[in-house]
Every structure is written in structure tokens, then in C-alpha cells.
Design a protein around this ligand. Sequence first.
Ligand SMILES: Cc1ncc(COP(=O)(O)O)c(C=O)c1O
Length: 463
Amino acid sequence: MSAVVNSPHARDVKSILHPMTNPKKHEQDGPLILEEGRGIYVKDTEGNEYIEGMAGLWSTSLGFSNERLLKAATEQMRKLPTYHTFFHRSNMPAIDLAEKLLEIAPVPMSKVWFANSGSEANDHVIKFVWYYNNALGRPEKKKIIARDGGYHGIAISSGSLTGLPIFHKGFDLPIKNILHTGSHHHYRYGYEGETEEDFSTRRAAELEQQIIEEGPDTVAAFIAEPVMGAGGAVLPPKGYFQKIQAVLKKYDILFIADEVICGFGRTGNMFATETYDLKPDMMTMAKALSSAYLPISAVLINDEVFQTISANSNKVGVFGHGFTYSGHPVAAAVALETLKLYEERDIIGHVRNVSGRFQDRINSYMDHSFVGETRAIGLIGAVQMSKDKSSRTNFDPSDGVAPFIVARAQEHGLIIRPLPNDSVAFCPPLIITEREIDDMFDRFEKALADCEVMIRDRLGLAA
Ligand SMILES: Cc1ncc(COP(=O)(O)O)c(C=O)c1O
């Protein structure tokens, strides 16, 4: 790290507690300070340019220099820079955006609830589920089942939904009434010789057993990311959601699709709900809703949920819920412009056109001696490193294989992200071209080659 007193690096270390960062390591290494962005590229304060292979945090779908979004924000800033939506107040961007979201929703939805982040959207959805069941006179039906390996945010309740230990340890999470069931990752959890379809059947049977043991009258909802993001960019195995949804239906359990990463084209459809034929009662979305230019998220609820919430609120006088920034006009204006741009630029068509190249490049790494699995759909994917391919043995976390690749990739001008169990994720801006996809993977290959040398020299394993 630059030792210059009062350098931006030193000032950062002195003043910021960073998310998902080891604070002690940060004191030694300092930050990578990004200063500019253009298309799929970002530049740091030292003038180094990187391909942003993760679209930031799975979010900047339109890249880093979209003038239309800038214009939408500044025009709305001039007109009405802020206003709330409490007490029957509203604003035009929020109305237009809500209408548009209901129009493109993949299943019939009745109302849009606005918040500011994915964590908040998932927190709110929990409150809606609880409120709904109280309104129906079912105060016992409160438990929500999420999955091991799932990620739904970090607030107290959305962090409880998250099924990754690092987000619970030391934080006294998960809270009461939040349960977890097995991950949908067939490669990691499938038995020897078990097909994807059989694994899905087993997972659905395990879920049913869990519901029976808990008592169906106590289980209110099930939440899932169609493609697990932070848990490893893991695609659902064949038949998984069909079998899971049948169980939920049988026990009158609401299904919530967390589309925070998958929504708005990532899997080659506007929503992964279409890709995997889901029938959610509620959906949460954020990130690419505004290409992450401003914080905004949304919860879509179906009419049955809305009517129940509405009737009960009428009885007590008001729906006692809301944030100062729910339906913020500037964030809504930027989101609306983002959705317009998706249509004008046929982003879905573009993703479908280039995703073949993306998937071919990722899948080509299956030939590599230390790659156990590759996963890809649309423009999201991962390369899973493995110590021994045939037995699917993971490297020891202390070997630091995925972090090593990611650090080397950065040296080669590519920002990507390590995920649990030595996966490396790719989730570039949706505007990426085929040539840029090649450039991205060419840089990755250099890092993979460096890793092979490290594995041989440091860990003493032969390719
Ligand atoms: C699937 C999913 N849900 C929820 C969240 C939480 O979103 P936020 O970081 O905006 O709170 C994330 C964040 O990465 C996510 O990937």
C-alpha cells in the first residue's frame, strides 16, 4: 500500500470501515480506489484500467458511462429532487415506474412496493408475509424457509434469510422463525451417481419433511434466488423448482422469488422467473433496476396478498410501514430510464446473442486439470476450482485458490470475485460485446495459468 501520509489510500484506511473486507488486512493492503468508468471498464487512481467482470456487485447492467441515465437524474433533480410517498403523496416517476414493472412482471402482480436496496426489499417481504398471515388470523404461520448458500442481504431479517455462515457468525443471526433447507447445488451435494432430476426430487422431499416436522400451519413462505449468486453462481438442477413449487402449493406456503441479481435480463429473459417457469406470489428486485446508478429496489406482490394487506390496514386505519426514500423521484426516474433503455437497445436480445460466446468460453475451462465444474446461463457464470476432479474434492480454504486467481486477474486488468468453495464468478455488464467477452476471458486465462503454477509450486500438486 502507498505509505504516503495523507494519500487517498492512507485517508481511506484511517476513515472507512469497508463491507466484506478484512479490516486488519485493509490496514496493510489499502484500497483499490476507482475513479472513472466507461462502458464495461473502470479506471483506478493510478491510471490502471480494468474490465469490470462482475458489473460491480452483479449490478451495473448498462456499464459505467450511460449519459441517458445521467440526464434522467439531473432533469428530475431540477424538477423535484426529493419527495416521499407517505400519507397519500406520490410523484410521477414512481407512478410511471410502478406501472412499467407491473407491465413487465412475468406473472400477474398487483402492486409495487419501493425500497432502496435488495436487503430492504427482502426485509420488507418478510414483514408483508407476517402481516398477511396475521390479517388472515393465522398468527402461528410465520416461519420462512430459505436455503443454505442463498444470499438475500445483510439486515437483521434479510441477513437471517441468507444461508452463508459468515453473515451469521458473531451477529446473533438467524433470528427466530427463519429456517434453512438444503442448497440446490447438485455438483456439491449430489450423491455419487445421483442425476440432477433425482437430486431435485430429494431436495423437494427434504423440504416437505422439514415442513411436516415444523408443522405446515407454522410455515408461511419460501424464498429463493433462481440462480444463487453469492453462494457460487449456482444454476438450479433439472426439475428443481417444479418439484419445490408443488410442495409449497400443497402446504399453502407463499413463494418469494429473489430476482435481485437475476432480474432485468441477466439469464436471457427479463426475469429468471420466466427462465425457470416460476410462479412466485411476491418478487424482490434491485441492482439492475436502475443499473445501480442510484439505490432503488422493489417488491412486487400479487393481488391476494395486496387485498389481504389492504383490508387489514383499513381496519386498523393505516398500513404502518414505509421509508423516507420509498419511491424517491430521482431514483425512480433513473430506474424508469433504465427500463426504457433495455427496451430500446433490446438488451434481452443482445444477452441472448452474446451469451453463447460467454458460455462457450466458460465451459471450455472444463478441460483444465483443476476445474471441477463450470456453470453459465445468460451472462452469469462461474468456474469452480477443484483439487481432484474425479472425487470433487475442494481445495483447503487456507490454500486460497480462488482469491489467488482473483488477485492475479486484477494484475491482468480484470475484476472478478471469489465465491465460496473456490468458485470464481463472472457477471459482466449486459452491454458487453463478443469481442469484450473474449478480452475478459483472455485476461482470466492468464490468471488461471498463474494459478496452475502456484498450485504446482506452492501446493505441490501436478496438473
Ligand atoms: C440475490 C440477492 N438478494 C439480495 C441482495 C442484497 O442486496 P443489497 O446489497 O442491495 O442490500 C443481494 C446482494 O448482492 C443479492 O445478490
